[in-house]
Ligand binder design. Sequence first.
Ligand code: GLN
Length: 272
Amino acid sequence: MKKFSIAMLSMLLAGSMLLTGCGGNNAQTQTTDNGQDESNAAQTGADYKLAVDGTLTMATNAFFEPYEYYEGEEIVGIDAEVGKAIADKLGLSFAISDMEFDSIITAVSSGKADMGMAGMTVTPDREKNVNFSQTYATGVQSIIVPEGSDIASPDDLAGKKIGVQQGTTGDLYCTDDFGEDAMSRYSKGTDAIMALTQGKIDCVVIDNAPAQKYVEANEGLKILDTAYAEEDYAIAFAKDNTALKDAVDAALGELIADGTVQSIIDKYITAD
Ligand code: GLN
């Protein structure tokens, strides 16, 4: 099956700082007060509900540089900054709840978190469980191989051991295309990369922006010029919280229109 287009991967060289250590654990919540008065929900007439009154809580997996990652104890990155800018526009404080990637949709649909923002690709299956905002970024699924690998294009993946981050689109697409037996699943992209450098697997299929970071940080790895799939990233909401989705979509639309989102992306992803 080819339900997605094969795209030429533009070889972005990400110039921003490399992650030097992951200081956090998997259950961390990071909160930032906004300096303003109470939530402006009343002022704007908004009727959405929130997990914590006056706070917009974003569920993520903070091992996905440059979208979300730890700098010391703090979670930073494109999603962290765009999420905070949205909260500011809505007059809300902002919290990030860090969890496994494949727990995010459950956290959002059960109302434990208000929105899922994790470089998350819009897929028809996910749309059965959550509603998505407009797209705020695009990604592609890249293939990372050791230098000298005989894998030169997605067609060469047949019969290979493929490493992915559990529950991501790389996992879903490769399982569909190459079968269960081909797959080695890891809870973090970094663990998949470690297995690749140790020769336990033949390649890693993962989003291009973290792929660039991994290849910069690990000698002897390269990204194939031909990518595996093109994708749109968006924010996930509980099906029954359309009022919040509408409010966030309006704020996000303004942040896209005034260039804020692009300037945040440019801060973390530098094209040469
Ligand atoms: N874009 C991929 C997905 O949505 C991976 C996201 C991630 O690992 N944070 O499945």
